[in-house]
Write a protein that binds this ligand. Structure first.
Ligand code: BV8
Ligand code: ZN
Length: 240
């Protein structure tokens, strides 16, 4: 309980609160995370499929995986953790939400100040030309570009690919401005996102971590709350 009161004080005195979220915040919405058995599709490791090499080798297989995730996520609903962050944005407490998730659940929860640093699996881009589009339903097979008939790919950031510079400029501005960052449901293993909270700390800010377990970030966190995001965030909100 002591930790909860300390966390509530931190949030109540925040001048520029931002958030960083990972797959753990969508776990209670039944969206699989990337860790352990969750991270497996058929016998493939998520990290092996989310690469330009895998897409080059076998675009059919990689599209099967994204279509499977789209169909799964289409049946999911935002949970109380997503809804609490949307509420904090609307009551002016939360300034910006940085997410590693490509599931689009933050947007469906009503958040608008979102930086999707790894993209969104409901968006497509052409592998050759500048064509881009947004999906309203899961894809079937390998979608082709209506402009140049080349393969389309999900507009997400794959391992070995750099994050979009336009978004990274906004991210670094927020990391310099923030005095508190709440980090929810990330294993803090994938770079550069895992370093974002440390940049806030280097700039004199504080880290509030929410996770069902400790992570490599926990030693740098000012406060670590152990628990499910869908339970901890609403509890914090009640105390505000
Ligand atoms: C790049 C989009 C420049 C696609 C994703 C060696 C050392 C250091 C770095 C590297 C290295 N070799 C390569 C790199 C760079 C690499 C990297 O960091 N690799 C790691 C694995 C070592 N990074 C990159 O490649 C990035 N690009 O660096 O470009 C460059 C270029 C060339 C070479 C070098 C550098 C691009 C990274 C982005 C990749 N795309 N997603 C898609 O989704 O299809 S990453 C993807 O995996 C997610 O977006 C997310 O970022 C990550 C998964 O992490 P989490 O979200 O944290 O989820 P995870 O399952 O791991 O953990 C869940 C957590 O929640 C757990 O802690 C669990 O305890 C907790 N939890 C569970 N339930 C709950 C909960 N918490 C609260 N409540 C609950 N109910
Ligand atoms: Zn094209």
């Amino acid at each position: 309980m002591k930790q909860f009161n300390a966390a509530t004080d931190l949030l109540q005195n925040a001048k520029h609160l931002i958030a960083l979220t990972g797959a753990g915040i969508s776990k209670e919405s039944n969206v699989p995370t990337f860790r352990g058995k969750d991270g497996l599709w058929k016998q493939y490791n998520a990290m092996d499929l989310a690469t330009p090499q895998a897409f080059h080798r076998n675009p059919q297989l990689v599209w099967e995986w994204y279509t499977w995730r789209q169909e799964l996520i289409a049946k999911c609903e935002p949970n109380p953790a997503h809804l609490t962050l949307a509420k904090w944005e609307h009551n002016g407490l939360l300034k910006t939400l940085i997410t590693q998730n490509v599931d689009g659940l933050h947007r469906r929860a009503g958040s608008t100040q979102i930086l999707e640093v790894h993209g969104n699996l409901w968006t497509l881009k052409c592998t050759k030309c500048t064509y881009q589009s947004r999906l309203s339903q899961p894809t079937q097979g390998i979608p082709l570009c209506p402009e140049c008939q080349s393969n389309l790919r999900p507009d997400v950031v794959w391992f070995g690919e750099s994050l979009p510079s336009s978004i990274m400029d906004q991210v670094f501005k927020e990391l310099q401005t923030a005095d508190i960052i709440v980090v929810v449901g990330t294993s803090a293993l994938v770079q550069p996102a895992a370093s974002f909270p440390l940049i806030v700390k280097q700039n004199g800010g504080q880290i509030l971590e929410v996770n069902v377990e400790t992570t490599p970030l926990t030693t740098s966190a000012d406060i670590h709350l152990t628990g499910k995001a869908g339970e901890v965030l609403p509890q914090l909100d009640k105390l505000l």
